[in-house]
Ligand binder design. Structure first.
Ligand code: ADP
Ligand code: MG
Length: 651
């Protein structure tokens, strides 16, 4: 069959131990033909495993040349060596090296996952292999539910999964009793008879006697190479490995991702508590970012809704230089003539004066303090106030100084605790003035929650005449006409009042300004708190990174096994990255759920104000949490992918 399968020339393998270097293999020259059954025998520490690792392309010699089917191993990239292990070599270890968390079937399927074979095909083949090895009834058992001999059968099935031209068995019977040992040896002999090249490492001459060729090594050198029996060449391995080609197709890659996700879920499930604690940082981070932003949006929307109830844009004119001006009470220059003058202007929609005082309200034996607002008939239109019963008073009421009153919801509740009486038409006493109720407004909203103040509205003329005895105004409320920008109206109104008063003894509030200030203030606050929450997310990410690093160390042996059966370092990287992303993603979903749950409770308990979760924000949180997984999972995943297969297996 032409060239020999495996050729080693002057192979030397040195290990550094501190300052010294130690040559585990000194000068190995060896040729193995396809179809041979070879036993490598030697004392413990003689270099058998080292040789085996080089043969299987798990390890590389310090010097010398190793070629597989004519190709020099030194010329191959790490991925090519991984592919060789995956498609042509099958490893069997003394300690089986099965993955504890997977069933027998799953363990056997691993090499086929790396070669991109579809689930149905690999399921079938793994089942066949296991059945053939007498394990048909134990497909769903985990390694710790199997005896040593059974585990070794699983590992033999795994080695055969992708064909295994060459089976490399390192002390396959070392941990088995005599009976089981000979069963395993029979299986290996049978496989050799079918055409597999079998190389067994052993320190047991009895085991070696089963092979047709026995190579003895001692202290890193071959000391004898003996062929026993007649025939050597068995039929060469046929087209059994129908794997390899076509692997990294899209379907194969997607299948690989799905498997990696499944593995990640299995790993997370195996360490539920730890996974949850790892997620906790992300859960808290995502939940707080979402809640804080929802709070901010809720606040600003509720405040803006209040301002919007003032109409599209309004100006409110007060005496004095600003709020808190102590002299404003004494300034009497804001008068009805100002209202009339403003009413003449084109920019003015509705203009209404307001005056106010406080007093008591009484009905029968019920008495309460009340805020008395004297307003024009257009006041309610400007304010956008809703009426629930009755009507507002009209221009005629204002002109005739009518003793008519509109009460707010709080006053209604206070005066009519039973809510059954009809308030409209009832006469109540405000101070000493009897007034007839003509209307009841809806509940007022202010800032946070409903206001508790009692407020009643009378025509301003009535308040001036009956309560104040004074004709100056508390404020003038002006709705800017639709055609004029509020800034322009502000300038015009200021000019007109300047002219009329001769000096600046008033100030004007512009709702547009207030709206803008509130919006930007809440946005800024939201941003600040959200930034703090983002920091907590990053801390959560670092937590994930930490735990993943620990998990990589803990699972070093698993990584070694995966590399030995043909996983590329890219596959390992992918697996750990997906695990990190899944952790943060699930954390993110739990965080979103927590935030929404908090929102439900909050909205149920707090009235007049609600948390607002925008779908965009939720989607962002979702995306951001997976991004954290990618960012903070990369370092651990890379450290896993960079592991040396031999080192990893040895640990
Ligand atoms: P065995 O024949 O028992 O399988 P090995 O091939 O495992 O022997 O080891 C051969 C020698 O090389 C031993 O002395 C061992 O201590 C040494 N050795 C093996 N691997 C390493 C390593 N990674 N670093 C240092 N020394 C090693
Ligand atoms: Mg060994």
């Amino acid at each position: 069959m032409g060239q020999p399968l495996l050729v080693l020339k002057h192979i030397r393998r040195e290990f550094r131990t501190g300052e010294d270097t130690f040559a585990a293999l000194k000068d190995i020259n060896l040729t193995i033909e396809a179809g041979e059954m070879v036993a490598i025998i030697g004392a413990s520490g003689s270099g058998k495993s080292t040789l085996m690792n080089i043969l299987g392309c798990l390890d590389r010699p310090t010097s010398g040349e190793y070629s597989v089917a004519g190709r020099s191993a030194a010329d191959m990239s790490p991925d090519e060596r991984a592919d060789l292990r995956r498609d042509h070599f099958g490893f069997i270890f003394q300690r089986y090296h099965l993955l504890e968390e997977l069933t027998a079937l799953d363990n056997v399927e691993i090499p086929a996952i790396y070669s991109g074979r579809g689930p149905a095909a690999r399921h079938r083949r793994a089942t066949d292999l296991l059945s053939r090895l007498g394990m048909g009834a134990r497909l769903m058992h985990r390694p710790n539910q199997l005896s040593g001999g059974q585990q070794q059968r699983v590992s033999i099935a795994r080695s055969l999964m992708n064909g295994a031209d060459v089976i490399l068995a390192d002390e396959p019977t070392g941990a088995l009793d005599k009976q089981t040992s000979s069963e395993v040896l029979d299986i290996l002999k049978e496989l050799n008879a079918e055409g597999h090249t079998v190389i067994i490492v052993t320190h047991d001459a009895g085991v070696a006697a089963h092979a047709r060729r026995v190579i003895e090594i001692s202290d890193g050198d071959i000391v004898s190479d003996v062929r026993q029996g007649a025939e050597t060449a068995a039929p060469s391995v046929n087209g059994r490995n129908e794997t390899g080609a076509g692997r990294r197709g899209l379907a194969g890659r997607l299948g690989g991702l799905r498997e990696a996700a499944r593995m990640a879920l299995i790993a997370m499930n195996a360490h539920r508590m730890r996974s949850f604690l790892t997620m906790l940082g992300i859960i808290i981070g995502i939940a707080s970012v979402l809640s804080v932003v929802a709070l901010g949006q809720g606040t600003s929307r509720s405040v803006l809704a209040n301002i919007s109830s003032l109409g599209t844009s309004t100006l409110e004119i007060f005496p004095g230089t600003d709020f808190g001006d102590v002299r404003s009470g004494k300034i009497k220059t804001l008068v009805l003539d100002d209202v009339r003058a403003l009413q003449m202007e084109r920019f003015a929609g509705d203009v209404t004066p307001t005056v106010s005082t406080s007093s008591t309200v009484r009905l029968g034996s019920t008495e309460a303090s009340v805020m008395v607002n004297g307003v024009g008939d257009r006041y309610f239109a400007v304010k956008g106030t809703q009426i629930r019963q009755g009507r507002f008073f009209d221009a005629e009421s204002v002109r005739s100084i009518a003793q008519e009153v509109v009460i707010d919801d709080n006053t209604f509740r206070t005066l009519f605790p039973l809510r059954t009486e009809r308030p409209i038409g009832t006469i109540i006493l405000i101070g000493k003035v009897p007034c007839r109720i003509v209307g009841v407004t809806g509940a007022q909203q202010s800032g946070f929650g409903a206001s508790q103040n009692l407020t009643v509205y009378l025509p301003y003329t009535t308040v001036q005449a009956r309560f104040l005895g004074d004709s100056s105004l508390r404020s003038i409320l002006l709705r800017v006409g639709d055609a004029t920008p509020s800034s322009e109206a502000l300038v015009s109104a200021t000019r007109i009042l300047d002219q009329r008063h001769g000096r600046r003894d008033f100030f004007i509030l512009n709702t547009d300004d207030i709206r803008r200030t509130i919006t930007s203030t809440t946005e800024l606050l939201t941003l600040l708190v959200a930034a703090i929450a983002v920091i907590s997310l990053i801390v959560g990410g670092i937590g994930v990174m930490n735990i993943m690093l620990v998990s990589v160390v803990e699972r070093t042996r698993e990584i070694g096994v995966r590399l030995a059966v043909g996983g590329r370092s890219g596959d390992i990287l992918e697996q750990f990255l997906i695990e990190a992303v899944l952790i943060t993603l699930i954390g993110g979903i739990l965080g979103i759920a927590a935030a929404l749950g908090f929102g439900l409770v909050f909205n149920a308990l707090v009235s007049g104000f609600s948390l607002i979760y925008s779908p965009v924000l939720v989607a962002l949180a979702f995306g951001f949490s997976s991004l954290i997984g990618l960012a903070f999972g990369f370092l651990p995943a890379r450290s896993a992918a960079k592991l040396d297969p031999v080192d990893a297996l040895a640990r």
